[in-house]
Write a protein that binds this ligand. Structure first.
Ligand code: FAD
Length: 108
């Protein structure tokens, strides 16, 4: 298979993206049904921002030096996605929210 290592990265990237989309849709369905989705919303923000950063990191790797050229679309997306692990509640704060909800729901 030609460029098998690259193809495996593409497969991992597409699988992660599918997991992200599925997770967001599942949370949105719960919200539409009137459920309290504070924990699920934080899970989505945490998981999707971290997973998409990993996807962007693989995209940089695939593009090599071009992928780190300032303002190249791949470099721009990588930089933007690094930001999304910080804005609107950092990953650490999302983990705090998720842990708090777990402990509340399970009465500890
Ligand atoms: C480009 C950009 C755009 C932004 N736009 C907006 C916007 O439109 N609206 C808005 O409201 N804000 C915006 N922000 C602010 C952003 O939401 C904050 O930067 C973010 O909430 C983190 O706050 P901080 O920078 O003060 O970091 P700090 O709160 O000082 O945190 C620093 C580090 O410590 C960690 N940390 C802090 N407290 C805890 C804790 N209790 N437990 C574990 N770890 C902890 C954080 O996760 C982080 O890694 C923007 C930031 C940037 C960079």
């Amino acid at each position: 298979m030609r460029f098998q290592a690259i193809q495996h990265m593409l497969a991992d990237m597409a699988s992660s993206l599918f997991a992200c989309e599925s997770m967001v849709l599942a949370a949105a369905r719960r919200a539409d049904a009137g459920s309290d989705v504070r924990m699920e919303a934080s899970m989505c923000k945490l998981f999707v921002s971290e997973a998409c950063f990993q996807i962007a990191d693989k995209a940089v790797q695939i593009h090599g030096n071009v992928g780190v050229t300032k303002n190249h679309p791949v470099e721009f997306i990588f930089r933007r996605l690094r930001l999304y692990r910080i804005v609107t509640g950092t990953s650490e704060i999302q983990r705090n929210t998720i842990a708090k909800e777990i402990l509340q729901r399970h009465g500890s």
